[in-house]
Write a new protein. Sequence first.
Length: 330
Amino acid sequence: MKKILISLLVVLLLLVSCSKKEAEESKPLLVLRYGDNQPEYYPTTRAARYFSQIVEEKSGGRIEIEVYGDGKLGSENEVFRMLEYGGVDFMRLSIGTLSAFYPEFEILQLPYLFSSSDHMWRVLDGEVGEYFLSLLNGDSIGLSWFDAGARSIYTRDQIETLSDLKGKIIRTQENDQMEAIFSLFGAETIQIPYGSVYSELMKRTIDGAENNFPSYIYTGHSDVAKFVFLDEHMRLPEIMIMSRKAMEEISAIDSDLIYIIYEAAMEASLYERQLWKEEEEKAKRDAIKNSCIITYPTEEELAKWKEAVSPIYDELSPEAAEMVERIRLI
Ligand code: GCU
């Protein structure tokens, strides 16, 4: 009897130690954080979760990436600062935010730079895109590009011509070049974080803002500023980045894991682009359903808008002007 009891105890102990080992083995070696200021169902946030899933699978569960959408980690600007000192590991951000920290990126936010979405992707998928990604190689590392469509102006009162914008208070992203562009259009400008635009529209401290269709709909700005002037003044790409600290921690586990990160970022980019096309169309339809009025400027009117911002191009450094020329020829 005593022998049987002892054997049972041994079996029990073995079982307990095995399951403990299994639990330890299935626990990730590294848990990292990814921030996005867009809501959970927005294309970029969905692509972030896709990225996280691929990394988890391909790393055999060694790396887990927790995705925080909806600006839960802070505003885009704040999260970028945190990422630069390693407080956040990954994020997706607009070039409009990044260029305030890295002015080399201002070239990509020049008004009417890209003639179409295809043109922008030919540029970003080629050597120029590679070059800009490689500029981020310090505290943050550039991984892949995301689509964010074209941005247009939306206001509480209808805008039909350039002169209608004169004196209107328009929110811009938090960067000076962006403000300069809207001043050239004749607007009064104010830099406000994305998350505060809705309340400022409600309080009437601003007359309007500018963004792509999905942002216009997802934020509810379309409930307050009902008039869209489809000037498509810029196609502003977005970028997925990683902190240097995260890269070092990942490499310390296994240097091959870095390739998995790059691959997953590229797959997430392709996935996001596909989602983007669907969402952009859907958001436009939703705007119309929501009785927003879209004004399509004539070629003649648009020429005036382009002319208004031409001083921005005249003031470029020779190197920047050369890059613009290169982009235009692609
Ligand atoms: C887009 C972009 C955001 C950005 C916002 C803005 O919606 O996806 O990342 O913060 O523009 O205008 O600030």
